[in-house]
Design a protein around this ligand. Structure first.
Ligand code: NAP
Length: 333
């Protein structure tokens, strides 16, 4: 926070600008709560880029209402416009610190300081990546972290999946609908996935396994043409010709800002009970930061709506409690 910046006060602050955050903003806006959306500047990995993971997605074909599909960035632009139409203010900055220990809550960005009666956390999650330069270069051009989003783009091709957990098995099985063959590349010789998922993958004739292996490089200039694979036991290198690589090595919820203040589960996801209520009264969570099961734009939007309704009702309860207390004090004066 800069020294001289004045603290501004809001009824509701929404942190995050994916489908959850913007849907919460649409509903809070329509409830005349004039929400402020702290959308992220793109620079801070704690928050992710504005629009969240969808900004990394090419075609979204499974969001109802878009029969021809829509690109992730176009969809987020539409969400943003709809939120603004109902009075949401969008701030392209990162929330740098959040104090939820007392009410009103305090949210700070590098330049501004705000207090809010209620906070909606919609900071999302980020797919973990292997960390190769070639992987970053070819993202959206054959490298993806979401089979449900991008699988159909690689129909008729051979596809590789990295990872040995349930997500990797799920992605591999889903991808067999489109691919001629799916090769699962796993760094050990034993899967972490649940037995039932393992069995399904082993049984599927289109799924093959490359054990004790890692991706050393993603090959291709403008699109993925193959992978350079390294055997971790022998050090031997080989090439695998594939048209796409799906990285399924887990997700990380963006909860760094809330460590020690909001209850999270063992994987770091915010625990929400009774809908979207977090362990701090007046703070609500929605979208991928609290959902490790579905992780879809449409489910994130759904919980965003729920968080706005929950916060609106909670604020109304607070007001009616205050009015009752005032009336009682006046009557007894
Ligand atoms: P996960 O269980 O943490 O598995 C991640 C996998 O990626 C592991 O096999 C791990 O290898 C591998 N890995 C991690 N970092 C890597 C790296 N840098 N390079 C190469 N490989 C790497 O994550 P998940 O599969 O996303 O599952 C997360 C949670 O959601 C789990 O509790 C899971 O059961 C649940 N889930 C359930 C379902 C379902 O029931 N249908 C579906 C999806 C997810 P190691 O095994 O060697 O550690």
């Amino acid at each position: 926070m800069t020294e001289n910046s004045e603290t501004q006060t809001r009824r509701v602050i929404i942190i995050g600008s994916g489908p959850a955050g913007y849907t919460a903003a649409i509903y809070a806006g329509r409830a005349e709560l004039s929400p402020l959306v702290i959308a992220g500047s793109g620079a801070d990995p704690k928050i992710g880029i504005p629009g969240g993971q969808l900004m990394l997605t090419t075609d979204v074909e499974n969001y109802p209402g878009f029969p021809e599909g829509v690109t992730g960035p176009d969809m987020m632009e539409l969400f943003r416009k709809q939120a603004e139409r109902f009075g949401a203010e969008i701030l392209y900055a990162d929330a740098t610190s959040v104090d939820l220990s007392q009410r009103p809550f305090r949210v700070e960005t590098a330049k501004e300081s705000y207090t809010a009666d209620a906070v909606i956390v919609a900071t999302g999650a980020a797919a973990k990546w292997i960390g190769l330069e070639s992987e970053t270069k070819l993202q959206n051009r054959g490298v993806s972290a979401c089979a449900t989003c991008d699988g159909a783009l690689y129909r008729g091709k051979e596809i590789a999946v990295v990872g040995g957990g349930d997500t990797a098995m799920e992605e591999a099985l889903f991808l067999t609908r489109f691919a001629t063959k799916v090769t699962v590349i796993h760094r050990r010789d034993e899967l972490r996935a649940s037995k039932i998922m393992q069995e399904r993958a082993f049984k599927n004739e289109k799924v093959e396994f490359l054990w004790d292996s890692e991706v050393a490089e993603v090959l291709g200039e403008d699109e993925v043409t193959g992978l350079r694979i390294k055997n971790r036991k022998t050090g031997e290198e080989s090439e695998l010709a594939v048209g796409a690589l799906f990285v399924a090595i887990g997700h990380r919820p963006n909860t760094d800002l809330f460590q020690g203040t909001l209850d999270t589960d063992e994987q770091g996801y915010i625990v929400a009970s009774g809908g979207t209520r977090t362990s701090v009264e007046g703070v609500f969570a929605c979208g991928d930061v609290m959902d490790k099961v579905y992780r879809q734009a449409v489910t994130a939007a759904g919980t965003g709506c729920a968080a706005a309704i929950d916060s609106e009702r909670w604020l109304a309860e607070q007001e009616s409690d205050t009015q009752t207390t005032e009336a009682v004090s006046e009557a007894s004066a």
